[in-house]
Each structure stands twice: as C-alpha cells, then as structure tokens.
Design a protein around this ligand. Structure first.
Ligand SMILES: *[C@@H]1O[C@H](CO)[C@@H](O)[C@H](O)[C@H]1NC(C)=O
Ligand SMILES: *[C@@H]1O[C@H](CO)[C@@H](O)[C@H](O)[C@H]1NC(C)=O
Ligand SMILES: *[C@@H]1O[C@H](CO)[C@@H](O)[C@H](O)[C@H]1NC(C)=O
Ligand SMILES: *[C@@H]1O[C@H](CO)[C@@H](O)[C@H](O)[C@H]1NC(C)=O
Length: 531
C-alpha cells in the first residue's frame, strides 16, 4: 500500500541581492573543477566563466605496466577533450591541469617515490603534460599537452586506499622528496612561466609512519600552489550505519570527519589559508537501510543499514574496475543532475511522490528517504553548498573545488560556488531547520502514522567573528559546577560542557587549544549562551 506523502519542507534558501554577486577577475580565489571523460558532458558544454581551474581526471599509475613510472590513461581516454580543454583554457584564461592518480590510479606512487631513479623517470614522464605541443592544432601523439600544471591525486600516502595500491610507512616522507624534485623540474624547464603543482588530499594531513596524521605538515606547502581537500565520501556503502556524505560539521553519531574538521585539521597542522581549497561533492550517496527512517522519533540521519548498495542514479554502474578489481558493486552515487531530474524535479526542496526530504541540523546537509525500498540518500544542494562556500570565504581560504564537472544541473551548484568571488552585497544563506517528529505510522490499516512538523526555527548563518566580551553580570546558574575551559586539555567526546568568558560551551568534535569564540557559529565550540 502506498503511503500518503507528507511534504516536509525542511530547508529553504533565501538569497539576498543575488544579482549583486560580482566576479572579480583580479581576485586570487579559485573554483577548481575535475572533468572526467566518462561523465558524458562534452567540453563544449562547460561554462568556462564559472571556473578558474580544470583538472583532467585522470592519468593513472598502475602495476599493470612493467615500468611503475609509465603514465597511462583509463580506457575512456580520448585525446580530443584534452586538446579541447587546453584550447578553450588558453582562450578564456582558465588553467588546465592534468591530475595524476585517483582512487584506482595511485597504485605505484609508493614505489616511485621511494626511489630516486624512479622519481626522476616519473617526473620526466609527467612533464609531457606541461611541455609545449609543437605539432599543428594539438595533433595526436604530441610532444606535449601545453597544460598549465600537474595535480597529484595520490590516494593516499601511507594508507592503502584502493586494495591494489602499494603502500609504505615511509610514503609521506618520500612524497616530500617527490614534490621537491617535481617543483624543481617544473621551475628549471619553465623559468619564465609558472607551471602549477596542486594535489587532492584527505580530510586529515598526511600520515606519519605509524599511520597517524602528522601534527605539522608545513614542510610540504612551499611546493604546492594549493591543495584540494576531499571533504566528501565521509560515510557511504562502506560505513556501518547511514550517515552524511559530506557534512559541514561532524554528526555526533557519525564518523568524526567533516568540512570544518578537515579545514581545522589542515590549518592546525601549519597549512596556510591561501593554499587551502575545500572540496565539495556535486553528488550524493545512497544506501539501503533496515528500518523506515520516516517512522523514527526523533528523526535522525543515522540509522542501521544493510550491506546491499542500491544502484544510484541512472549512470551508476557495477562494472568491475579495469585497474583494480574491488568487486562488482554499485556505488549508490547520484549526480546532482540525476537527483534534479528524477527526485527533486519541481524544485530543490520538493521531492516527487515516494521520497521524503529532510534537513539535518548537525551536518547542515539535506537527505532523502524512499520508503518503498528503504533507500537513504545523503547529498549536497544549493543551501548546504552555500554554507560551505561562506565558511571558506570567511576563513580566508583560497577557494573551493568540486567533484565533478559532469554532475551539475544547469550550473545550479556551480553558481553557488562562485559566491567565493563575491565582494559586496553577498548572499546570506538562511536555513529553515525543521524538527520532524514522527509518532505513529499509517502503513497498513492496522497502524497509523502522523508526522508532525513542529514550528520551524530560522537560522541566519552569519560569519561574524566577534571579540570575547566580558562575563555576563547576571548568572542563570546553568554554568554551576561546570569546569572552566582549559587550553591544554584534549576534549575528546563531543558535547562536553565548559565555561569560558562567562558563557557555557559544548564542543562538536575532538579539540585541544582552540579558544571558544562568541558569535562564531562555525567553530568547534558551540556557544550555549551566557551563564
Ligand atoms: C595562449 O597561448 C598563447 C600561445 O602559446 C600564449 O601566448 C598565451 O599567453 C596563452 N594565453 C593564456 C591565457 O594562457
Ligand atoms: C623506511 O626508510 C628507512 C630509512 O630510509 C629505511 O631504513 C626503511 O627500510 C624504510 N622502510 C620501508 C618499509 O621502506
Ligand atoms: C538547529 O541548530 C541551530 C543552531 O545551532 C539551533 O539554534 C536550533 O535550535 C537547531 N534546531 C533543531 C531543530 O535542532
Ligand atoms: C589544565 O589541564 C592540564 C592537563 O589536563 C592540567 O595539568 C592543568 O592543571 C589544568 N589547568 C587548570 C587551570 O585547571
């Protein structure tokens, strides 16, 4: 029996003076897109006015070649779009980089970087992408691709990543050698032009030999123009429960990673703000749950799941990967365009019959649930991306990245990323967070269901950083018995209460030495008001 569909409009985007967004050609903010040949969006359809850099994904390193330094292409490779990207980039001022690696193309980075001779050989092979093409009209089999730089997407130094990768505890130390030598080679071969060197990195700094993120990675940044933090794929088919794909803040019951956690982790490890680019997903991830998530009270985006990963959007495939056989399974991924064409067809907040949409207040992301087959889908939309872009902007970061350029719907999400360039009358993102309380269920005549939407709260997300005022003269008593914040204590569990500057605070994730800042809604410490 079909459930009656209750429209739980949970979040709305209010944009003030949207028309006033100014793209300043002179600013140094970046909007980086990855373009992939298998995404079926031709280069001609890309809007080069809305990106500053395009990374072609991917040139790959595989153990299938006799020489580990041989750089090959996946089987979707076609030289035409590569030439088209370079030509159009040259005409529009958009920088084109070759991304080497990726999830399945990082198999020999560990081998190469551990050996001086292999590093030199690899660097010489990689430079073909930036060398000048001397043949007419970017002919096939060129001397070079005339690209603007190289993006290293080693997933990941000192971690296995895909199961076919070589890995060593010395990876991060060896990676530093590779970077130094690659930077030196670019500068020596191109003394007059700056060829770029960037990387895609995890939500934590590079691992030390014991497998823990390094406390200080400042030795690495001089070699990069910037790094792109992959602040997505946080929870999905591999997780033990449902959870957010790309949370803004950690979910208290989810894995302890998010946009803010990742940003703070890199900054804390000595990474400069102007070399930090935060990555965002233009896709969602779906899994199958073992319960009806619309019938849980209070509603939560964390639920038990089964091991069955459903087919995601129409383009999702369960083909075995050629380079690394990790099994024949669907990813459960939905491109934003597929979500808009199949689920959120009338607007970004109204699902078609069968689906219910929720807004999660902890992670500042939306999610969808299809009751008929218990499909949970976590994704980003214009509101959640707007929150991320504002955070990147207010923190003075270099910019934003997205995966990937073949996922958008009429540039709906890319337009939001371009708010990174905004200098005046910038949009204010307003989320209307609804608490949805499901009490009983009308599934069959024997049970009844009613879903109550309690009055909505409006959170105007502002990025004000205020100074700490003096303690409040009056006391409510709510801070009685709560310890003062201590700069040397590691607060491991989220939700720990402390008192600081006359206010009560709770932490959102593990923290140490971070001063609570009144008015900062983005930080680890949530202001619970004056004592
Ligand atoms: C485009 O290519 C020409 C010829 O190599 C070069 O002179 C020019 O600087 C390039 N323009 C950009 C924006 O890279
Ligand atoms: C790591 O590097 C050290 C020092 O160069 C070396 O002795 C050791 O064998 C290396 N370990 C591995 C697993 O390569
Ligand atoms: C959502 O978060 C905001 C800001 O932390 C808070 O004021 C509001 O009460 C929360 N709403 C719900 C329904 O939890
Ligand atoms: C702060 O914490 C440290 C380590 O837990 C402790 O040694 C110190 O006494 C604490 N300081 C205060 C003022 O409580």
């Amino acid at each position: 029996m079909k459930l009656s569909i209750l429209s739980l409009a949970a979040a709305a985007l209010a944009v003030t003076s949207a028309a006033a967004i100014k793209r300043q050609a002179t600013d140094d903010k970046v909007v980086v897109g990855y373009w992939v040949p298998w995404g079926n969006v031709p280069v001609a359809q890309l809007d080069f006015t809305k990106v500053t850099h395009i990374n072609y994904g991917f040139a790959v390193l595989t153990t299938k070649t006799a020489d580990p330094t041989t750089i090959t292409f996946d089987r979707y490779y076609d030289g035409t779009p590569m030439r088209d990207l370079v030509k159009k980039g040259n005409a529009t001022g958009v920088k084109i980089l070759m991304s080497i690696g990726g999830w399945t193309g990082s198999q020999t980075f560990s081998t190469i970087s551990a050996d001086a001779a292999l590093r030199a050989k690899f660097i010489n092979n990689a430079l073909v992408f930036v060398r000048k093409n001397t043949l007419p009209d970017y002919a096939e089999n060129p001397n070079g691709w005339s690209m603007d730089g190289i993006d290293i997407d080693w997933e990941y130094p000192a971690r296995e990543g895909a199961i076919c990768n070589k890995v060593s505890p010395n990876d991060s130390a060896n990676y530093l050698l590779l970077l130094k030598e690659l930077r030196a080679a670019l500068d020596s071969e191109f003394p007059a032009v700056h060829k770029m060197l960037t990387a895609a990195v995890r939500v934590q700094p590079f691992d030390d030999p014991s497998g823990k993120p390094m406390a200080d990675v400042s030795a690495y940044h001089p070699y990069y123009d910037y790094v792109n933090v992959m602040a997505y794929d946080i929870m999905g088919s591999w997780s033990s429960t449902t959870g957010p794909n790309a949370p803004f803040n950690n979910h208290p019951q989810g894995d302890p990673y998010s946009f803010m956690q990742a940003m703070n982790a890199w900054l804390k490890a000595g990474w400069p703000k102007n070399k930090l680019v935060m990555g965002t997903p233009f896709y969602g991830r779906s899994v199958t749950t073992s319960i009806d998530m619309t019938a849980v009270s209070p509603v939560s985006m964390i639920a038990p799941k089964t091991n069955v990963t459903p087919k995601g959007g129409p383009s999702d495939s369960n083909e075995v990967n050629f380079y690394c056989n990790e099994g024949s399974v669907y990813s459960g991924m939905w491109k934003w365009r597929e979500i808009r064409q199949g689920i959120l067809t009338s607007s970004t907040t109204n699902p078609v019959a069968g689906w219910t949409r929720f807004w999660d207040n902890d992670t500042q992301t939306p999610w969808l649930f299809r009751t008929s087959d218990k499909t949970f889908l976590s994704y980003d939309d214009p509101t959640s991306l707007g929150i991320k872009v504002q955070a990147a902007k207010s923190q003075g970061l270099r910019g934003v990245m997205y995966w990937d350029m073949t996922n958008d719907y009429n540039n709906e999400l890319l337009t939001v990323l371009n708010q990174i360039h905004c200098t005046s009358n910038c949009p204010v993102i307003t989320t209307t967070a609804a608490t949805v309380t499901a009490t009983t269920t009308t599934v069959a005549p024997t049970t009844t269901k009613s879903v109550t939407v309690v009055p909505t709260t409006t959170t105007v997300v502002t990025m004000t950083m205020s100074t700490v005022p003096s303690p409040s003269p009056t006391s409510s008593g709510k801070c009685d018995g709560i310890a003062a914040w201590n700069s040397t204590t590691a607060y491991a569990a989220g939700g720990t209460k402390v008192v600081y500057a006359g206010h009560l605070w709770t932490n959102k994730w593990w923290t140490q030495g971070e001063v609570p800042t009144i008015g900062n809604t983005w930080g680890v410490w949530a202001d619970q008001g004056a004592c």
